[in-house]
Write a protein that binds this ligand. Structure first.
Ligand code: ADP
Length: 204
């Protein structure tokens, strides 16, 4: 498991400092976000977000990984939820995961091209997930790259929507949030986020 205090913030990432050797500075948005490459199911945070499908009954990709790691009780709870609309989100317990909760959100199906409705739906996934986190008094959350796998949303526009939506939310809710982790899995997404993060979360 990977505890939150072992995951560097974006400020620490940019300044190449370890989480332990944190200096004094006024808190800014770059202290509230992290870029982490790897498996979302090992993160010991209040909630991980699942890029689910509308049935909420499990599937491939990150959804399959989360269900395998959380165990059968997650499936049972999901079965009681009667699915979820695209762009919306529902909360469950985390069961065998180190994360306390799972926020299941349903991204738009894009198949390589994006129109305004897909962009709106993807933004809504991030917004409704963040709202659920706030309503349930959760303080740390990790997002996978929603819709960019099987659902075919192009990676770079998806990253920009993710970064902008989280940045805009954090501006309004700075004190309530400890950390939002962008959990990328593929090297291509890691490179895109590394390049784009400072456009949205610049230290100083
Ligand atoms: P969608 O159906 O919304 O496109 P996918 O699960 O197919 O969802 O892909 C979403 C992203 O999740 C992709 O970038 C994929 O590489 C990534 N992914 C797959 N497994 C994991 C995992 N264990 N942890 C984090 N991200 C993962």
């Amino acid at each position: 498991y990977l505890a939150l205090d072992k995951i560097p913030t974006w400020r620490q990432h940019v300044n190449n400092t370890a989480p332990e050797e944190e200096e004094e500075h006024p808190i800014s948005l770059c202290d509230k976000v992290s870029l982490y490459k790897g498996d979302i199911t090992i993160l010991e945070v209040d909630a991980i977000v699942n890029a689910a499908n509308s049935s909420l009954l499990g599937g491939g990709g990150v959804d399959g990984c989360i269900h395998r790691a959380a165990g059968h009780f997650l499936y049972e709870e999901c079965r009681s939820l009667n699915g979820c609309d695209t762009g919306s989100a529902k909360l469950t317990c985390g069961y065998d995961l180190p994360a306390k909760y799972v926020i299941h959100t349903v991204g738009p199906i894009a198949r390589g091209t994006v129109g305004p409705s897909q962009s709106r739906d993807l933004r809504s996934c991030y917004e409704t997930s963040l709202r659920l986190m706030e309503e349930n008094k959760l303080h740390s959350v990790a997002f996978p790259c929603i819709s960019t796998g099987i659902y075919g949303f192009p990676n770079e526009p998806a990253a920009v929507i993710a970064l902008r939506t989280v940045r805009d939310w954090l501006k309004e809710n700075t004190d309530e949030v400890d950390r939002v982790i962008f959990c990328v899995f593929l090297e291509t997404d890691y490179e895109i986020y590394k390049r784009k993060m400072s456009d949205f979360f610049s230290p100083g």
